[in-house]
Design a protein around this ligand. Structure first.
Ligand code: HGY
Ligand code: MN
Ligand code: MN
Ligand code: MN
Length: 410
């Protein structure tokens, strides 16, 4: 396909300029959903999408689309993209590689004067990370009908600010309905966020599916009291129960022979004072596996552990599973398209599944979907030191371009 190539220089320049937005001193980015930094990132995307002569539209969830018509006005659309919201103090590659890679691919086709039969549409999904507003993949979740719009608008951050209000505040509460178009397929380019490709010394991963996962919110309610005079036998310490459950999550997920992982990632303690027994602790549990039955069993067991820990310490507790997405294999034809694209690009690749959640989880429920992974150095992600070799990023964009072109040409 020598008739079209990725413009490495333009791609690199955009990537660096984009990651100056919300840049942190330690070399990462801090652009949480609907923050001012996220708004600046969105504004830049809209400007670049327009410069690429794409029809830009913003839907009710703030998902940003850039569209290029094909030769056949009745043909269904090849959609491809990712997200640009980041973790708090996250990495420069997570999501951004997929959105700027999609922009670079569509612009390279336009520059080469290559038309496609099908329309092409690139997308930046809102709130993929779910760190400020739970749950994650909210923009693609509403688009695919997993969540309804009002539910999403009501989601609150820790300061009680609502998603819908913040979306309006930054000027991205679009008019267009947040619902699927006539999709032919969906592709997403993303960094692997794990160690496998680097360990295997491979430059591309053909993604066959994504882990299923559960996000749970738990609260233990005990009794604050003075840390000095209160006898140990008279305490109702919410943090002790939290520690018990955290240990139990590690025991449950340490079982050999499963891919099950579990994380207690966010913990808030009240009153959080050195000489006061913790009265209330709110924390999160994230459990994942490629086997849905394994996730189900882990969620059951976690709930038992929470009840036992509360009973031992004489606490009240609240439990809410705020999100549960099943592992579903991606579409065989799209998987083969990515494999063929990688072959033709001359890449060393393998097939794998993703432990990280992606918007592709949800797109896969309404359209044939697959993903392209590129290696994460030291398997690191969701950290400022997240890094992928630039030549791997370019290779990923090249494979994306080829896969899109294959599916867009009838
Ligand atoms: O949780 C995830 O895997 C994704 O980064 N939202
Ligand atoms: Mn991501
Ligand atoms: Mn992420
Ligand atoms: Mn993700």
């Amino acid at each position: 396909m020598a008739d079209v190539t990725i413009d490495e220089q333009r791609f690199r320049q955009r990537f660096d300029e984009f990651n100056e937005i919300g840049a942190t001193d330690a070399g990462g980015v801090d652009r949480p959903t609907l923050s001012d930094e996220n708004k600046a990132a969105r504004d830049t995307l809209v400007e670049w999408f327009r410069e690429a002569e794409l029809d830009v539209r913003i839907d009710e969830m703030g998902n940003i689309f850039g569209r290029r018509e094909g030769r056949d006005p009745d043909a269904s659309t090849v959609l491809f993209g990712s997200h640009v919201d980041s973790q708090y103090n996250g990495g420069r590659y997570d999501g951004v590689v997929g959105v700027l890679g999609a922009l670079e691919a569509i612009e390279a086709l336009t520059d080469a004067g290559i038309e496609t039969d099908r329309p092409l549409e690139i997308v930046a999904w809102s709130n993929e990370e779910g760190v400020r507003f739970q749950p994650d993949m909210l923009g693609s979740g509403v688009y695919t009908g997993v969540f309804d719009l009002e539910y999403a608008y009501r989601r609150e951050d820790k300061d009680g600010k609502r998603f819908g209000d913040e979306l309006e505040r930054i000027g991205y509460k679009g008019e267009d309905p947040c619902e699927p178009g006539d999709l032919h397929c969906y592709f997403e380019l993303h960094v692997e966020q794990g160690p496998f490709l680097e360990q295997a010394d491979l430059s591309v991963g053909v993604v066959e599916g994504v882990f299923g996962f559960s996000w749970m919110n738990v609260a233990f309610e005990g009794q604050a009291n003075h840390a000095g005079p209160t006898p140990m036998t008279m305490r109702r310490d919410a943090f002790v129960a939290t520690a018990d459950v955290t240990k139990a999550v590690r025991e449950i997920t340490a079982t050999e022979g499963t891919d099950l992982v579990g994380t207690v990632g966010s913990v808030d303690v009240w009153p959080n004072s050195i000489n006061v027994i913790p009265e209330r602790v709110e924390f999160t549990i994230d459990c994942r596996s490629y086997d849905n039955a394994v996730v189900d069993a882990a969620v059951e067991r976690v709930q038992d552990e929470i009840a036992w820990a509360a009973e031992r310490e004489g606490l009240e507790y609240e439990f809410e599973e705020i999100m549960r997405v099943d592992a579903d294999p991606f579409d065989d034809e799209c998987i083969e398209t990515v494999a063929e694209a990688a072959d033709e690009a001359g890449c060393e690749y393998t097939r794998l599944v993703s432990g990280a959640g992606h918007d592709a989880n949800y797109l896969n429920k309404i359209a044939p979907t697959s993903m392209i992974f590129v290696p994460s150095v030291d398997g690191i992600s969701h950290r400022e030191s997240e890094y992928t070799e630039w030549e791997d990023v370019v290779t990923g964009a090249e494979v994306l371009l080829r896969a899109v072109r294959k599916q867009a040409t009838a």
